[in-house]
Structure formats: C-alpha cells, structure tokens
Design a protein around this ligand. Structure first.
Ligand code: CMP
Length: 139
C-alpha cells in the first residue's frame, strides 16, 4: 500500500471547544504519523486562498468568515492510504450524516462548522500540506 500525506485542519469551532488534544490523540491512535504541526490564525485572504476551489459556491463567504474567526491547528499526516483513511476517521461533511464515532459526528455542529478538514485526493494532500508547511518542515 502506498504511503500518502493528507492535511488535517482542526477548525476554529473545535479549537474553541477545547478538542485539539482529543483530536490529535485520535490521529495517533489511528496510526497516522505527525509530519508537521502548527497553530495559525488565518486571515480572511488566507482562508479564501485555501478554499479557492469553492469560490462562487453559495457557502464560500460563510466558510471563509468561519475559517478566519479564530485559530486553527493544521497537521500534515502520513500513513498508508492516508487520504482515504483520514476521510473515514473524520466522517461525512455534514455531521448529521456522519457515522457514529467519527470526529465530525463527535464534535461537529453542522455542515459549516464541522470540526475538521481532510484532503480529498493524494494530489490535494500534497498541495494542501504545502499551503501550510515549507518543504523543510515536512522533510
Ligand atoms: P471541508 O472538508 O473543509 O471542505 C469545504 C468545506 O465547505 C466543508 O468542509 C464544509 O465545512 C464547508 N461547507 C459549508 N457548507 C457546505 C455545503 N453546503 N456543502 C459542502 N461543504 C460546505
């Protein structure tokens, strides 16, 4: 199986609720290696840059407002089949539709404030990790 990287973002709602420790513990229990880790308070423009693929969609403005309202914790995660595995651990985008035990079911409030992000492909995993971390941080 291929070793992949995926980007985890612990979003402002989960940081505000004090769930950073619980989510990072889950990351490690699920067998992911933390290649890089940082806390950052995104500017509105940085949030728009990260979610540029969603520009023009009805939820884009609210999404960028939310993602820049407080600090986030970003982590570059690595393991076999990391992209698919992390998406299984976090659950469906809408917490109401997420399987029990998933991070979004446990800590998400709604489709906008859904606690965590995960990359949706191996290529995006690499691109998204590079948005937050320098090559030196990931080496
Ligand atoms: P995320 O996986 O970080 O990627 C895009 C985000 O847009 C998604 O999580 C949701 O939090 C957010 N979002 C808000 N509203 C919607 C919606 N109606 N459909 C999909 N994503 C949405």
């Amino acid at each position: 199986m291929a070793i992949q990287r995926t980007l985890c973002i612990i979003k402002p709602d989960a940081v505000e609720k004090g769930k950073v420790g619980a989510i990072l513990q889950r990351v490690q229990e699920e067998g992911f290696r933390l290649r890089a880790l940082r806390q950052v308070h995104l500017s509105r423009r940085q949030a728009e840059g990260f979610y540029a693929v969603h520009r023009g969609r009805p939820f884009f403005e609210d999404l960028c407002e939310f993602m820049s309202r407080g600090p986030v914790v970003t982590a570059a995660l690595e393991r076999e089949e990391a992209v698919q595995r992390w998406r299984e651990v976090i659950g469906a985008t809408d917490p109401a539709k997420a399987d029990s035990g998933t991070i979004r079911k446990l800590y998400g409030a709604n489709v906008g404030e859904n606690a965590v992000h995960g990359s949706d492909s191996e290529a995006n995993g690499r691109l998204e990790c590079a948005y937050f971390f320098a090559e030196m941080d990931l080496a």
